[in-house]
Design a protein around this ligand. Structure first.
Ligand code: DC
Length: 219
């Protein structure tokens, strides 16, 4: 059967990128981490001090995202995408209407041939309203904070679960209350709470959802 487009939305720390990577590898699909794109722009905004929306949009056209790395204007910015500074400012940058328009255009272009897993906040609602399969992946803020804390600690950052939980709740609020493309579950998305599931089990659950919707789907 033809290759599907799979949209995975949900709040910070739900495991979207890890699950999407596993899923894409198992299906032999491409993977687009749209959060990494917003983070790359935020990194450039902060490091180059570009605060004018038109200039930010011009910079977006210099983003080059391969499977796992992000380059802006030839510079590999991947190591800087998850710093506390970028995390604290990314909701502000991603709330700009012009920024979102430019990003959505690139994301649709990448997805036009299908055979792709995209993760983000607005994939099922705005980027690909006709995606074949839409998942809204979530878990409690506490569970998400513990996961993120373990990830950051493994990367050598000095963090506490309390601080991270507060940051996650703040970002959930900002992402779901912004005027343009707020984070919300698409009407036709399947809600998947993976609080008690491992990443592999979450990927299994998504493959089962694909099979239910497309009986010819083979993974
Ligand atoms: O998934 P993440 O935590 O890396 O995303 C970083 C931020 O980017 C998140 O706070 C909201 C924003 N984002 C967005 O607005 N739309 C997307 N499709 C993906 C991410």
């Amino acid at each position: 059967m033809r290759k599907l487009s799979i949209a995975i939305d949900g709040p910070a720390g739900a495991g979207k990128s890890s699950v999407s990577k596993i899923l894409a590898a198992r299906l032999g699909y491409a993977y687009l981490d749209t959060g990494a794109m917003y983070r790359a722009v935020t990194y450039e905004v902060l490091s180059k001090g570009i605060f004018d929306e038109i200039e930010i949009v011009l910079m977006i056209n210099k983003i080059d995202k391969d499977a796992m790395l992000v380059f802006v204007d030839g510079e590999d910015v991947t190591p800087f995408l998850r710093t506390a500074d970028v995390s604290a400012h990314v909701s502000w940058v991603s709330a700009m209407a012009g920024v979102r328009r430019a990003m959505v255009k690139i994301q649709r272009k990448q997805a036009e041939k299908g055979g792709i897993v995209l993760d983000g906040r607005d994939i099922g609602t705005t980027v690909l309203p006709n995606a074949d399969v839409k998942i809204f992946l979530t878990a409690s803020a506490h569970t998400r904070a513990i996961r993120r804390c373990m990830e950051l600690a493994a990367a050598g950052q000095d963090v506490t679960p309390e601080g991270i939980e507060e940051d996650i709740e703040k970002r959930d609020y900002q992402d779901s209350h912004r005027a343009v493309s707020p984070l919300r579950q698409a009407d036709d998305a399947v809600l998947l709470d993976n609080g008690d599931l491992t990443l592999e089990e979450t990927a299994d659950a998504i493959i089962s959802i694909c099979r239910e919707k497309f009986p010819g789907f083979d993974a």
